[in-house]
Design a protein around this ligand. Structure first.
Ligand code: CUA
Length: 422
């Protein structure tokens, strides 16, 4: 009864489960016995027919006193004994561990192996090998939890903590952050892959992915990021969209809404990505989402390097074209429009909130507009949102969408595409 624990995937798991189940069973047994006796007595000895029953005076029982003192004490000592034994085992890693460094930040996990290999939100270990994680946090308190391994440990800024486990079966296991750490705590997840030893060896020595990244200059990497995240709102040709253009941006003196000025340098750009509301340029609205936790430091440096190349003289590192699908069906054409017309910068497909509502499950969605009226995202609503974007702004969003010059045909294709985004 009461067996809700997940799969036992480490050699330690059955010990945790054994003691945990024992405590649960003892608790359930005594809860049922005590509450049962209470209910039984309440019914049997209730007041009947208005007459009071005289109850006998009982003056204590040495036998009972001893039983209900000694039995619980023995149970507690027994449970505490195993608790201490297991806790020590859990806190003292064996000598031959595979060590992995773990770095937590809002809201992601980074892993680094002894040979320098780095991974993000996912780490791989060989089966039957003791693994030790040395963990620290770059910002706030997090907690690293792998339920199937039955291990959990706080991850603390300015300090190293560790935990170890020995996986006994291959497979994919979930890792959670289990200490509330801010807005996206619930999405701070990672995957643990346990694989056979030879597969692990191949994996950890395969650095081709990182090598491909390293062959690109920072500016080229920044161009990729620009293409993915920035281009909807920041033009490269000086035209004004939602945010300031990147053309000749670096080194410029920007006038801010509060009347002060700010010089666009590396710090200004980094702050604008991580804390966009800090300095709003005159003539623009405070609508940019923060990319804190989404952009790594090297990615930020790449973007800065890219922005520097957009100076109007030097040849710009052109962002790679976004992949296009052969557009034969309305859905495919709509999908191309989604990236070409740059809906992509403000409307996610995966449910995350950017400047505008996500497109995930948008078709047919019902909700409230900023003016309190209801809307349903049908053909008419979507068409109108493209043609007159700020006439029906969804509650919780700023009226920030620029008008999108699109033909009726194109709008139809977009709608067909949106129907498929579920
Ligand atoms: Cu990190 Cu919750």
């Amino acid at each position: 009864m009461f067996r809700f624990l997940p799969e036992q995937a480490s050699d330690f798991a059955h010990k945790v489960d054994w003691i945990n189940n024992l405590i649960t069973d003892i608790s359930v047994f005594f809860t049922v016995a005590i509450v049962g006796a209470m209910i039984y007595f309440a019914i049997v000895y209730r007041r009947r027919n208005g007459t009071n029953h005289e109850t006998p005076q009982i003056r204590g029982s040495h036998f009972l006193e001893i039983v209900w003192t000694v039995v619980p004490t023995l149970i507690c000592i027994f449970v505490a004994y195993y608790g201490v034994i297991y806790f020590r085992e859990l806190r003292e890693p064996p000598k031959d561990t595979l060590n992995i460094n773990v770095s937590a930040r809002q809201w992601d996990w980074d892993f680094q192996y002894d040979n320098g290999k780095k991974t993000f939100r996912e780490f791989v270990v060989p089966v039957d090998q003791a693994v030790k994680l040395v963990m620290t946090s770059r910002d706030v308190l997090h907690s690293f939890f792998i339920p199937s391994m039955r291990v959990k440990q706080d991850v603390v800024p300015g300090q190293y903590t560790n935990l170890w486990f020995r996986p006994i079966k291959t497979g994919d296991y979930n890792v959670f952050c289990t200490e509330y750490c801010g807005k996206d705590h619930s999405t701070m997840l990672a995957k643990l892959k346990v694989v056979p030893a030879d597969e692990y060896k191949r994996w950890v020595n395969d650095r081709s992915e990182e090598a491909a990244l390293m062959q690109k200059s920072p500016a080229e990497q920044g161009a990729d990021q620009y293409n993915k995240l920035c281009k909807t709102c920041h033009s490269m040709d000086g035209s004004k969209i939602i945010g300031p253009s990147f053309l000749k941006l670096f080194g410029k003196e920007e006038k801010l809404v509060d009347g002060s000025t700010a010089k666009v340098d590396e710090n200004y750009l980094k702050e604008s990505m991580l804390n966009p509301g800090a300095k709003i340029v005159e003539g623009f609205q405070n609508v940019m989402p923060s990319f804190a936790g989404q952009l790594t430091d090297p990615q930020i440096e790449g973007l800065i390097a890219f922005i520097k190349t957009v100076d109007g003289t030097q040849k710009v590192v052109m962002p790679e074209k976004t992949e296009e699908v052969a557009a034969t069906t309305p859905v495919d054409r709509g999908k191309n429009l989604y990236s070409q017309k740059a809906c992509i910068g403000c409307h996610s497909l995966d449910g995350s909130k950017l400047v505008g509502p996500t497109f995930k499950g948008i078709y047919g969605r019902k909700g409230k507009l900023a003016d309190g009226t209801e809307y349903e995202a049908n053909d008419a609503y979507i068409t109108n949102s493209i043609k007159e974007p700020n006439s029906q702004v969804v509650e919780g969003f700023a009226p920030a969408m620029p008008q999108m010059p699109m033909s009726d045909e194109e709008i139809k294709d977009i709608i067909e595409f949106l129907k498929t985004v579920k």
